[in-house]
Design a protein around this ligand. Structure first.
Ligand SMILES: [Zn+2]
Length: 1027
C-alpha cells in the first residue's frame, strides 16, 4: 500500500481533502488536509472514525495535528496510538508542530461475543477451543486461524446491486466454494467473516468420493476474532480435501472505503452521479466481502466470476476469460484462474472506466484505467509505469508472473494506492498528469507511487510476509525500491538523493522521541495490524533497507533479494528468512565478515537511532555512539540502547563522497571506536561523517570541526556532496533542538545558502526556518530575520516558464525560491507574479504549475478589488482544477475592507460553499495582515459557526490551533481559555483543539524565554556584518 511522502501533495492534498471529506459525513470525522505519510494515517483514521487534523503549508513541515476520536463506523476500529505518537514526535521538532490529545485508545475491539447464526446451539454450549474471555482487560492475542485446514482454491462468484441511484441501499451477494486440505485432525473448519449474512446453510463436501461428506452441525460466529466456525459431525481426515460452500450478502458501503465499497463521482458531461464498486482488502478486509482464510500465509488460487449489468465493465486480478449473458440480463465475467496468492491481494472493480494500454518488452499488457473525463491525462503513468515494470523484471531477474497489469485510478480511495496483484488501485488524482496543474513534485510523486506498487509485485505479492508483524518487509522495501526503480528509469531526477529529503529526514524527526515504536512489532487484531502501516514501517523501513543496500554493496543486495524471492516464490517469508538469503549471498561474494542478522536486528528491534560523536586526534578519530532524543529526562534509558553502525567519513584532504562498503568503519554496540587515519590532524581541516547519509544516524562534532565545515561551505560548498550539505543543516538543527549543538552554529550554518544553487540543501533549510518565522513574525527581530532571508535570496532568478526543460531539482529549487521570494517581499516577485497573473487573466496564458500558488497569492496580496473579484469568480465558476487554488488565494488579500467583506462571504453559503468555509478561515488566519481581524470575527461568530453552521469538530479544532500558532504570551493563553470556557457554546462538541492551542502557546512561550534574545542577537550581528 502507499501512503505518500512528507512534504508532497501540492494540489493533491486539497483534492484529497475534498474527496476524503465525503467519507465521514455520517461518521462524524474527516480529514481536513494532509500531506505525506500522515495521509495514510488520516485515511485510516477516517475509515475507522478517528479524526486527525494535519496541515502542511506548502512544502514546509509545519503541522498541526489533533486526534479527535469518534465512533467507529461499523466494521473496523483501531488504536490511535500511532497517530498520537507520530504527532507527539512532530511536536518536539523545534516546536514546529503540535500534537493532539487522543486518548490511549478510542475504541476497543467489539465486545467478545459469539453467536450462532445458522445453527442449533448457543455460544455457551459450543466448543471453546478458541473461545475468548467474555470480558478481558487484556488485549486479545489468539486471533490467528487454526492451521488444521489449509485453503487451496477459491471459486468466487460476486454480484453487486448498485444500479438504483440510491447508494445507501446498494448491496452485494455472492457464493464461494473453497477447496481445503485437512492438515491435522479437526472437527471444525474456521475461517474469517465480517458482517455478511449467510444466505444458505454452509456445506462441506468431501472431494474424495470414497469418503462420506461431513455434515455441518452448526455455524458459529466469533465476532471478536471475525471467525466463522463450521462445526462438523465428524473429524476431517488428514490429507483429504473438502469443498466448503457458502453464500452471503451484505450492504455495499459508500462511507467506509474498505472491503468492497462504492466510490462516487459526477459525470460532468452527462451531469449525473455515477458509481464504481471497488475493493480494498489489505490488510484484513477481504473477509468483509467474502468468507475466507484471511491471513497472508493462507495462499490459494482464485477463480473469480463477477456479475454486472451490461453498461459497465468489471476487472479483477487476472485477464477476462469469457463473458456470458445471464437470463436476467446481467453479464457474468469469468476471469482466468489466478496464481497462488494471499487474500489481501484479491481485487474487483465494477464501473464505467476508460483505459489506455501498452505492451511491455516482456509482453505484459500494461493498462491504466480512469473515469472517462481523465483518460487523456494518463499518458505519463502509462509510459513510465510500463518502463518501471520492465526495469523491475530486469532488476530482480524474475519475470512479472501475470499476463497483464492494470492500474486503476479511483475517485475515492482510502490509501494512496494498493498493489493488488494485476489490478493495482490508486487515488485517481495520483496517477494523472495534468498540463498546467501537475507540479514537478507531483510528477515525481506519481512516479514514486507507481514504482512503489509495481515493486510490490515481487516484494509483497510473489513473496508475502509470513504474518503482518513483518509488513515492513513489504512497505520498507517497496519504499526503497520505488526510489531505486525511478532512479533506474529516469536517473536525471536524482531520486536516490531525494530519498533523504522526502523519506529519511522526516522519519528521523519522528523517530527521535522516547515513545516511538520500533520497526518490527507484534500485532494481532485488525486494529493493531492497520496500526502497523505507519511512518516507521514505511520510512524507517526504507532508511534501514537503504543502509543495508549500502553496506552490502548494490550487487550483493540485489542478488540476495533475487535469491530470497526465488526461494520463497508464491510463499511467505519473515525477516530472518531474508537475512539468511542475504547472508548466503554475502558469503558467496566474499563478504563473510558481515553478520547481517545481528546488524539489522539492532535497527529493526530497537526504537530511535544513534548520534555518532566524532572527536579528532592527531592520526585518527574517536567515535562514540549514543541514543539520539530531542528530549529526555532523568529516567531516560540511554545505556540500554546501542546499534551496530556502518560509519563512513571523509576529510577536507580526501574529499571522497563516493564511498562503498569497503570504506565502512564498523562500530559495535556499546563500544567507543578508534579509527586510525594518519591524515587526520587535530587542529586543521575538517572531517564529515555519514557520507551521502547512507547510515540511519546523525553525526556530531567538536566545535572547531563544525566551524571548519561552515567555513568550507562558505568558501567552496561544492567540495561537500549535495546530500551531505543538506544533512549537515538537518543534523546541526536537530542537535541544537536536543541541546547538543549551539544555537549560533545552527544559524551560522544557514548563511552559506547565499551561494547554494541546489534544491536539497535549500529545502532542508527552508523547513528549519518555518518555526522561527512563526515565532518572530510579530516581534521586533522580524525585520532582521527578513533581511537575513532576503540576503540569502539576493540575486536569484525568478524566471520560470511553462515548458521548463531544466533538471527537475532545478525546477523544484525555482519553485522554492519563488515562493520564499514572494513570502519575504522580494520586489521582483511581485512584478513577476503580477505579470503572470495578468497574462493568465487577460489571455489565458497558463501559469507554470510550480509557481501558481505563489503567483495567485501574491497577485491577490498586491492587487485590489479587481484582482480579488476575478479570483472569486474563478472560485465560483472556473474550471474545477483551478477552484481550490483560487480559494486558497482569496485569503491572501491585505486590504482590511476586502478581508471584512470576505469574512461575511464565508458564512454565507451562497457566496462560499459551506464545505470550503473552514479552509477560507484558515487561509486568512495564516495571513499576518488578516490575522487579528479574522480572529476577532471568528470569536464574535463562534457560537453561530458551532451551532448553526455545523462545521465538523475536526475543522473547528484546526481553526483553534491555527489561530494559536503564532501566540506566545500569558495574555494569549487567557484569550484561548476565554474562548474555550466562555465563548464556546455549552453542550457543543468538545473541541480538543483548545487544549492543543494552549499546549502550543506554552511551547512557544518556552521558545521565546529560551531563544528569542539569542536569535535576535544573532540576527542583529548577521545583518550588521553583511554589507
Ligand atoms: Zn506498499
Amino acid at each position: 500500500m502507499f501512503g505518500g511522502s512528507t512534504d508532497k501533495f501540492d494540489f493533491s492534498d486539497i483534492e484529497g481533502r475534498k474527496k476524503m471529506g465525503r467519507n465521514d459525513e455520517d461518521g462524524g470525522c474527516r480529514m481536513s488536509g494532509a500531506s505525506g505519510f500522515l495521509m495514510v494515517l488520516l485515511a485510516i483514521a477516517i475509515a475507522v472514525g478517528v479524526g486527525l487534523i494535519v496541515h502542511f503549508a506548502g512544502n514546509q513541515k509545519e503541522l498541526n495535528c489533533n486526534c479527535q476520536c469518534g465512533p467507529a463506523e461499523g466494521v473496523v476500529t483501531m488504536a490511535p496510538e500511532f497517530l498520537t505518537e507520530t504527532c507527539k514526535a512532530k511536536a518536539v521538532l523545534g516546536n514546529q508542530e503540535l500534537c493532539g490529545l487522543c486518548p490511549e485508545r478510542t475504541t476497543t475491539p467489539s465486545q467478545p461475543s459469539m453467536s450462532t447464526t445458522m445453527g442449533m446451539r448457543t455460544a455457551s454450549t459450543m466448543p471453546n477451543t478458541t473461545m475468548p474471555p467474555t470480558s478481558s482487560p487484556h488485549p486479545i492475542t489468539d486471533t490467528r486461524l487454526p492451521t488444521s485446514v489449509k485453503p487451496l482454491h477459491y471459486e468466487l462468484n460476486l454480484r453487486p446491486e448498485m444500479y438504483n441511484n440510491k447508494p445507501e441501499t446498494f448491496t452485494f451477494n455472492g457464493t464461494v466454494a473453497i477447496k481445503v486440505e485437512c492438515k491435522s485432525s479437526t472437527d471444525n473448519i474456521t475461517l474469517h467473516i465480517a458482517t455478511q449474512n449467510l444466505t444458505t446453510t454452509p456445506t462441506v463436501e468431501a472431494s474424495d468420493n470414497t469418503e462420506v461428506s461431513p455434515v455441518v452441525l452448526y455455524t458459529t460466529r466469533d465476532v471478536t476474532r471475525q471467525f466463522l466456525i463450521l462445526t462438523l459431525d465428524k473429524p476431517l481426515v488428514v490429507g483429504n480435501r473438502y469443498v466448503v460452500r457458502l453464500a452471503f450478502e451484505d450492504r455495499l458501503s459508500n462511507t467506509v472505503l474498505l472491503g468492497m465499497y462504492i466510490s462516487t463521482y459526477i459525470d460532468e458531461a452527462a451531469n449525473v452521479t455515477k458509481y464504481i464498486a471497488a475493493t480494498q482488502f489489505a490488510p484484513t478486509y477481504a473477509r468483509h466481502t467474502f468468507p475466507c482464510f484471511d491471513e497472508p500465509a493462507f495462499k490459494a488460487t482464485f477463480d473469480i466470476t463477477l456479475e454486472r449489468q451490461p453498461h459497465i465493465i468489471s476487472l479483477s486480478n487476472m485477464p477476462l476469460a469469457n463473458s456470458i449473458t445471464l437470463g436476467d440480463g446481467y453479464v457474468a465475467d469469468h476471469f482466468d484462474v489466478s496464481v497462488t496468492m494471499s487474500t489481501y491481494l484479491v481485487a474487483f472493480i465494477f464501473g464505467e472506466l476508460d483505459s489506455v494500454k501498452n505492451v511491455t518488452e516482456n509482453n505484459v499488457l500494461f493498462g491504466v484505467y480512469t473515469t472517462h473525463k481523465n483518460i487523456n491525462q494518463t499518458a505519463f503513468a502509462l509510459n513510465l509505469g510500463s518502463r518501471l515494470l520492465d526495469t523491475y523484471e530486469e532488476y530482480f531477474n524474475i519475470s512479472f508472473v501475470l499476463p497483464k497489469l492494470d492500474n486503476v485510478g479511483l475517485p475515492d480511495f482510502v490509501f494512496g494506492a494498493m498493489e493488488n496483484w494485476g489490478l493495482m488501485t490508486y487515488r485517481e488524482m495520483f496517477i494523472l498528469n495534468m498540463e498546467g496543474v501537475t507540479t514537478t513534485h507531483g510528477m515525481e510523486f506519481t512516479a514514486e507511487i507507481l514504482a512503489h506498487e509495481i515493486s510490490h509485485s515481487w516484494f509483497g505479492n510473489l513473496v508475502s510476509p509470513a504474518w503482518w508483524d513483518d509488513v515492513w518487509l513489504n512497505e520498507g522495501f517497496a519504499t526503497f525500491l520505488s526510489y531505486l526503480g525511478v532512479d533506474l528509469v529516469v536517473p536525471s531526477w536524482g531520486m536516490m538523493d531525494l530519498v533523504n529529503l522526502y523519506i529519511i529526514q522526516p522519519v528521523m524527526d519522528v523517530d527521535s522521541v522516547e515513545s516511538i515504536v520500533p520497526i518490527f512489532r507484534e500485532a494481532y487484531t485488525p486494529d493493531q495490524i492497520i496500526g502497523l502501516f505507519d511512518i516507521i514501517t514505511y520510512y524507517k523501513g526504507c532508511a534501514v533497507v537503504r543502509m543495508l543496500w549500502f553496506f552490502l554493496g548494490p550487487e550483493t543486495f540485489r542478488k540476495g533479494l533475487e535469491r530470497y524471492l526465488n526461494e520463497k516464490a508464491y510463499g511467505n517469508g519473515a525477516h530472518d528468512d531474508l537475512w539468511a538469503a542475504l547472508q548466503t549471498q554475502a558469503v558467496k561474494d566474499g563478504k563473510d565478515d558481515i553478520d547481517i542478522k545481528s546488524i539489522m536486528d539492532s535497527w529493526i528491534l530497537q526504537t530511535n537511532y544513534p548520534v555518532v560523536t566524532v572527536r579528532k586526534v592527531n592520526g585518527g578519530l574517536y567515535l562514540h555512539q549514543s541514543r539520539f532524543l530531542l528530549q529526555s529526562n532523568k529516567n531516560t534509558d540511554f545505556a540500554g540502547f546501542s546499534w551496530t553502525i556502518p560509519f563512513t567519513y571523509t576529510t577536507d584532504e580526501e574529499l571522497n563522497f563516493n564511498q562503498s562498503a569497503n570504506n565502512v568503519v564498523w562500530m559495535a554496540p556499546n563500544t567507543q571506536v578508534y579509527a586510525t587515519d594518519a591524515s587526520i590532524s587535530k587542529m586543521n581541516g575538517w572531517v564529515i561523517g555519514n557520507i551521502q547519509h547512507y547510515g540511519y544516524y546523525r553525526v556530531n562534532y567538536e566545535q572547531e570541526n563544525w566551524n571548519a565545515l561552515i567555513t568550507q561551505l562558505k568558501t567552496d560548498y561544492t567540495k561537500i556532496h549535495v546530500v551531505n550539505r543538506g544533512t549537515l543543516i538537518s543534523d546541526v538543527w536537530a542537535l541544537f533542538k536536543a541541546g547538543q549543538a549551539d544555537l549560533v552554529t545552527a544559524w551560522d550554518m544557514l548563511t552559506y545558502l547565499q551561494y547554494e544553487t541546489e534544491f536539497i540543501p535549500w529545502q532542508y533549510a527552508s523547513s528549519e526556518l518555518v518555526y522561527p518565522n512563526n515565532m518572530l513574525i510579530r516581534r521586533p527581530a522580524y525585520g532582521n530575520f527578513e533581511r537575513f532571508v532576503l540576503s540569502l535570496l539576493e540575486g536569484r532568478s525568478l524566471n520560470v516558464s511553462l515548458n521548463d526543460n531544466r533538471p527537475t531539482q532545478q525546477r523544484s529549487l525555482s519553485k522554492l525560491i519563488f515562493s520564499l521570494s514572494c513570502r519575504y517581499g522580494v520586489p521582483e516577485c511581485a512584478t513577476r507574479a503580477k505579470q503572470l497573473f495578468n497574462d493568465w487573466k487577460n489571455s489565458g496564458t497558463l501559469i507554470p504549475p510550480d509557481v501558481k500558488e505563489s503567483v495567485f497569492c501574491r497577485a491577490i496580496k498586491e492587487g485590489g478589488e479587481e484582482e480579488w473579484n476575478y479570483m472569486y469568480d474563478v472560485y465560483l465558476n472556473g474550471p474545477a482544477v483551478e477552484q481550490a487554488g483560487a480559494l486558497g488565494s482569496l485569503g491572501c488579500t491585505s486590504r482590511p475592507w476586502i478581508i471584512s467583506r470576505y469574512l461575511d462571504y464565508i458564512l454565507d453559503p451562497s457566496k462560499i460553499r459551506k464545505q470550503d468555509s473552514a479552509q477560507a478561515f484558515l487561509s486568512l488566519l495564516r495571513n499576518t495582515n488578516a490575522f487579528y481581524q479574522t480572529f476577532e470575527y471568528i470569536l464574535a461568530k463562534w457560537k453561530f459557526i458551532v451551532v448553526n453552521y455545523q462545521l465538523d469538530v475536526i475543522m473547528l479544532n484546526e481553526i483553534v490551533s491555527t489561530a494559536a500558532a503564532g501566540m506566545y504570551t500569558d495574555y494569549d493563553i487567557k484569550k484561548i481559555e476565554n474562548w474555550r470556557d466562555e465563548i464556546h457554546p455549552d453542550g457543543a462538541a468538545n473541541v480538543g483543539g483548545f487544549d492543543v492551542a494552549l499546549n502550543r502557546i506554552s511551547v512557544n512561550m518556552e521558545w521565546h524565554d529560551k531563544y528569542y534574545d539569542r536569535v535576535a542577537n544573532w540576527l542583529e550581528n548577521y545583518v550588521r556584518s553583511e554589507p
